[in-house]
Design a protein. Structure first.
Length: 180
């Protein structure tokens, strides 16, 4: 039995080409917003990594009942036991390659050397380093590839008691929990 032409269903080549053109226009319009979203995700990932390292160092100091240091070098960090040399003193680390190369870290107070350390005592408090200017009390995380209006900068604030928290320096309301 021959198949009648009225029973055939499908797409014509013209319909398929129109659909592809519409999808290309929608993707082209969405791509800049997607790129900004990805870069802001890199900022959040970097801030969470550093915050987790600080919290890990503080927790290890309390659990091990000894001084533990958090060392931040460029975009890499390491948690280690104070005074123990080599791999035996290393507790945890993250290489610089895990953070996006488009991330900029600003450490306050600005330390002259590239190496910056926070030392936690066995009580979880921050102990003063020598020289004291090498001790971190604030880290600003920003993207080098986004404009200031597009970038969702984050800040990690380290209290004297050892507590570290992540906040948004651009939030204006002091009642907002994201406020620094």
């Amino acid at each position: 039995m021959p198949i009648s032409r009225s029973r055939l269903h499908g797409f014509t080549l013209i319909e398929l080409m129109i659909t592809i053109v519409i999808m290309a226009i929608v993707l082209a319009a969405a791509m800049p917003a997607y790129t900004v979203w990805i870069q802001n995700t890199h900022i959040r990932n970097a801030a969470e990594s550093i915050l987790n390292g600080l919290q890990r160092a503080r927790a290890e100091a309390v659990v091990r009942n000894t001084n533990i240091e958090f060392i931040l070098v460029d975009r890499a960090w390491e948690v280690r036991i104070v005074g123990v040399v080599g791999e035996a003193g290393k507790i945890d680390s993250r290489p610089a390659g895990e953070m996006s190369p488009n991330i900029a870290l600003s450490i306050f107070p600005a330390a002259a050397p590239a190496l910056t350390t926070v030392t936690f005592s066995n009580l979880g408090t921050v102990t003063p380093n020598t020289p004291a200017s090498d001790s971190i009390n604030r880290i600003d995380i920003d993207s080098t590839s986004l404009s200031a209006t597009e970038s969702r900068d984050l800040r990690i604030v380290l209290g004297v008691g050892g507590n570290a928290r992540m906040c948004d320096p651009n939030v204006g309301s002091s009642t907002d929990p994201r406020h620094c």
